[in-house]
Write a protein that binds this ligand. Structure first.
Ligand code: SF4
Length: 435
């Protein structure tokens, strides 16, 4: 019997992306092959997201879409955060799905597939699945950037967030393991490694790595041929002078600060169990810009948290106008079962939440476009990620993959680091020529 073929659709955040890459490596090593499309696969799999209501709706939509598209006799498996959090509900609601495996059951994926496909390659000497999942080897993805998850889970008490209920308490990986994985990514053609975790700046607190993230950054300094490190999700409570100075003085770390400020109103931030307020957020922004005038700043914000008033929305809009961040992401508040905020009074009607979100997104988009226009004529260094419709497309230190704008260049190939001069700004994207 030929090796069965698989298809995997990945939803959600960069951490889920890393999980999918590790699952892909594990199943490939177990002998499975990958189909070109869901229609031709023997098994279709969905790596789901359960962060907020919208994400769950998209997960169900994707599962049902793959059910429609899979060929007769093919099987389906659901993995990821929704399988972890709502496994029983998914099985009950979607009986057509053959297996639902949460995050802590990935070690059973190979045997589950073997049983579903009745393929038992006894002649193959397979490594234990968990060894492969925890291995530091990373297959090439064809992209010159990749995500490296340095920890799993989170210990923070944010009242709106279900992630600790899904991913559990923080478990940091050992620095040596992380460096080994960074090396294997560089060997696989990655030039930019993006460090991710639910609470990146709290890295190491749960293991004997007292130096935390700053020490880890210094430890990764000697990964040969690694050209750029980028950090995503810095909780403001964890941002201190040592971290900022380490980031700014490092030759590897991109001058890119992804702050998860969430709001500017003090009473709302307190109800979220989040630190700071508009004044202190501005002070942090100013401190970063004093340390690194060419730094790019991003933040995520929750809109429509219970009790949010029009004047607090205005307060956030004013903060955006003053902070002039390069990028911002706005998430509609979603009452997550099991979170304290879901029980709070003053739940804001959905329509109103989306109206506020559109307003704040428009305020930020204006700022981003003005800042992009201000770059015309400036020089920069860009990593080319891919070629789109014949045009090389890449990113400077100012743009994180997949969430910010891009730079379109007149020449170059994926993986090239090119010196450029900006010639134009189009919406959230830039245009440049090789210098
Ligand atoms: S720090 Fe992030 S992942 Fe952790 S509880 Fe808060 S919002 Fe959720």
């Amino acid at each position: 019997m030929a090796a069965p073929s698989l298809w995997l659709t990945t939803l959600g955040c960069a951490k889920n992306q890393v999980d999918s890459e590790k699952v892909t490596a594990m199943l490939s090593e177990a002998g499975y092959v990958w189909a070109d499309s869901p229609e031709t696969a023997d098994v279709v799999m969905t790596n789901t997201c359960a962060f907020i209501e919208e994400a769950r709706a998209e997960s169900v939509e994707t599962i049902l879409d793959l059910e429609d598209r899979k060929r007769d006799g093919a099987h389906s498996i659901v993995i990821g955060c929704m399988a972890q959090r709502f496994g029983t509900e998914v099985s009950d609601a979607l009986p057509e799905v053959d297996a639902v495996l949460g995050l802590d059951r990935y070690g059973d994926l190979v045997s589950t597939l073997d049983n579903l496909t009745r393929w038992h390659p006894v002649e193959m000497k397979r490594r234990p699945a968990m060894d492969i999942l925890h291995a530091t080897g990373r297959p090439a993805t064809g992209l010159p950037y990749g995500y490296l998850k340095v920890a799993e889970g989170c210990n923070k008490p944010c009242t709106f967030c279900a992630i600790p209920l899904i991913r559990g308490k923080q478990r940091s990986r050992r620095p040596t393991e992380i460096r080994e994985e960074a090396r294997s990514m560089v060997d696989a053609g990655v030039g930019e490694v993006v460090l991710v975790a639910q609470d990146l700046a709290a890295y190491g607190r749960d293991i004997d790595a007292p130096g935390g993230l700053p020490d880890l950054l210094t430890f990764l300094d000697d990964v040969e041929e690694l050209a750029r490190l980028r950090l995503l999700y810095l909780h403001p409570r964890e941002i201190n002078d040592r971290l900022l100075e380490t980031m700014v003085s490092s030759k590897l770390v991109a001058d890119y600060f992804d702050l998860s400020l969430q709001h500017a109103s003090q009473p709302l931030l307190r109800a979220m169990k989040r630190p700071g307020d508009g004044v202190r957020h501005l002070a942090l922004v100013d401190k970063i810009r004093d340390l690194s005038p060419d730094a790019a700043l991003r933040s995520s914000f929750i809109v429509g948290f219970p009790g949010e008033t029009d004047s607090q929305v205005d307060e956030l809009a004013d903060f955006l106008e003053q902070a002039r961040l390069d990028w911002a992401g706005f998430f509609p508040y979603s009452a997550e079962p099991g979170t304290p905020a879901a029980e709070m009074d003053g739940q804001v009607p959905r329509e109103e939440v989306m109206t506020r979100l559109r307003h704040l997104s428009a305020v930020q988009e204006e700022i981003t476009m003005e800042k992009n226009a201000g770059l015309i004529g400036a020089s920069d260094t860009v990593l080319i990620d891919q070629v789109e419709d014949g045009t090389p497309v890449g990113r400077s230190h100012r743009q994180a993959p997949e969430i910010d704008g891009v730079v379109r260049i007149d020449a170059g190939s994926p993986g090239d680091w090119v010196a450029v001069q900006y010639t134009g700004a189009y919406g959230l994207d830039m245009e440049a020529v090789r210098a």
